[in-house]
Design a protein around this ligand. Sequence first.
Ligand SMILES: *[C@@H]1O[C@H](CO)[C@@H](O)[C@H](O)[C@H]1NC(C)=O
Ligand SMILES: *[C@@H]1O[C@H](CO)[C@@H](O)[C@H](O)[C@H]1NC(C)=O
Ligand SMILES: *[C@@H]1O[C@H](CO)[C@@H](O)[C@H](O)[C@H]1NC(C)=O
Ligand SMILES: *[C@@H]1O[C@H](CO)[C@@H](O)[C@H](O)[C@H]1NC(C)=O
Ligand SMILES: *[C@@H]1O[C@H](CO)[C@@H](O)[C@H](O)[C@H]1NC(C)=O
Ligand SMILES: *[C@@H]1O[C@H](CO)[C@@H](O)[C@H](O)[C@H]1NC(C)=O
Ligand SMILES: *[C@@H]1O[C@H](CO)[C@@H](O)[C@H](O)[C@H]1NC(C)=O
Length: 553
Amino acid sequence: MLKPCVRLILISQLLLLSTQYNRKLDNYTLTILPDLPPEHLKRFLNTFPKIRTECEQIQECQNILKTFNNISQVQGNEISSAAKEGQESGVCWGHEINCTRELRFQTPSCSGDHTGWVQSKEAQINTFYYQADFGYIQQQINELLLMCEPKFLTDSSLECNKYLKFCRGRNLLFDFRNLAGRAERIRYHMDVLNEGGIKGYCRFNRSLLTEELSHMGALQSWSPELRNFVEADESIIENETICDMVITTPTFLMKIDASYNMYHHFCDFFNLFATLFVNQTHPSAFDLNTQVIIWETYPYDSPFAVTFKAFSKNPVWTLNQVKGQRICFRNVVLPLLPRMIFGLYYNTPLIHGCEKSGLFRAFSEFILHRLRIPFHPPRRKIRITFLARRTKYRRVLNEDELIAQLASDEEYIVKRISFERGLNFLEQLTITRNTDILIGVHGAGLTHLLFLPDWAGVFELYNCDDPNCYRDLARLRGVHYITWEKRHLVYPQDEGHHPEGGAHAKFTNYSFDGKEFARLVSKLANYVRNHKKYNEYIKNASPPREPKDKEEL
Ligand SMILES: *[C@@H]1O[C@H](CO)[C@@H](O)[C@H](O)[C@H]1NC(C)=O
Ligand SMILES: *[C@@H]1O[C@H](CO)[C@@H](O)[C@H](O)[C@H]1NC(C)=O
Ligand SMILES: *[C@@H]1O[C@H](CO)[C@@H](O)[C@H](O)[C@H]1NC(C)=O
Ligand SMILES: *[C@@H]1O[C@H](CO)[C@@H](O)[C@H](O)[C@H]1NC(C)=O
Ligand SMILES: *[C@@H]1O[C@H](CO)[C@@H](O)[C@H](O)[C@H]1NC(C)=O
Ligand SMILES: *[C@@H]1O[C@H](CO)[C@@H](O)[C@H](O)[C@H]1NC(C)=O
Ligand SMILES: *[C@@H]1O[C@H](CO)[C@@H](O)[C@H](O)[C@H]1NC(C)=O
């Protein structure tokens, strides 16, 4: 055991190291290493050992590796048994066929009962792993089928998985000429392409593709597009006369859900992240030199648009940039979609009793790292963020009273914020990453829970008769979730007015009983205080009998 003061130094060292690591990556991003958090980079290098060898031959690259080894040691991330047993050198993500449980990024925790669902605890954990963790990625990869087979390297190719939820192709021609003449704006359309609208010079197995066309929905699969695939008579790559534009940058075509709603738009981003793993067969898998083309002719506009910078350094395009032309893609990926049947995370049926998906934690860390969101270690006072809605519905009528009550408690640092106004998205993420308890009424702002630290809790004040949405999202991310328990202590303003008529709990405002509110927050605060990772920071940061920290005053 180290003495408290030594630990204190370690913590500041850690923060310094993190900053250095980011700066070095920024400077060096990177001829060899992708821009990833340390725990992710380690796994990347195990997937592509050649890169590690290359890196070791360059002094500066070597230094980066040393720095991140130090960070992950000090940070003691949940590398769990692998790290303890000194097996770190073999760590993997979890979708790889030979990745053992001890070496995975994280294993779900299933403390809830499994009876009535599956036969055994083991089966329960596995079910969750294949529903919502890296097991899900493994399944997507296992399902891949070669739809159009190249004879030579310069030919086209098309690979897709079951129901065409993910595809990737080389040297494919997409014909957008008819789009130029269309009067209506395109979004969720299934008729963007005409018959023969996608061409590849390769041996096409039509019956194989036809078998997978059954999920014919705009956001469910790529069936509406790929039913138009035909074999080309001549080579596409060698023939510039048949392409109006050749895009050599690896491209993601994206059918997105809703750009203004955080819950739905992050479902788009989440699936793009998952796609990086399904397509991870080459070290360029985490490259930022990619092109995103959104499958719409509405101009792309979103308060969360900056999130695309985690995936691509190039400006986002829409179909407007390609309409009227025949586009030849050297490398094109049709990513997993936001509303797949049994997809993630919209309406996902999850097995009872399990939580903590490594895939979700990886997503959270990836976004926070790539967007350079600063991290401040927690303190003894619990940092509470209260999401104030500035919308027409689901306002908390006695918000002032509830917040004043929390603020009067010495144990808490309370912030009230409205994500609808003022703060840009990076500032919002900075608050979330440094919050221990997030409180808010049912609403898309609660999607921020994805970016809370591992020890955090979320309090959905009232779920408005939609109990699964954020409870499940919290489960997936692995943060603790509570909601209002006593119905007679919440007071709706009226019965609610659905815009299409009828009473509806989502369309009114609420007051909450103050005493009950305080009880629930204190319950959550206790959960945080007892969390192992939170405690590691507290022990390190606040040695006993020291004068009060400045920041706490
Ligand atoms: C980053 O690069 C700049 C310009 O090449 C250089 O001046 C600076 O020292 C570098 N910083 C680090 C941390 O290596
Ligand atoms: C990593 O930690 C070791 C031991 O604490 C130290 O000697 C070394 O200088 C550190 N390396 C870097 C690159 O920070
Ligand atoms: C899995 O197999 C790959 C390729 O054979 C190998 O490089 C890697 O070390 C293996 N990983 C584990 C955890 O055994
Ligand atoms: C197409 O795929 C099916 C199913 O895998 C297979 O049975 C058939 O032989 C393939 N046809 C050709 C022409 O390769
Ligand atoms: C290119 O396409 C044109 C028009 O279809 C065709 O006449 C020509 O033979 C093709 N060239 C090659 C090299 O395939
Ligand atoms: C998908 O994987 C292929 C093959 O490894 C790679 O060349 C391509 O760049 C990747 N596509 C994207 C969009 O990242
Ligand atoms: C809820 O509060 C908002 C803002 O004060 C108000 O515009 C709205 O009419 C209220 N809703 C109901 C059902 O009273």
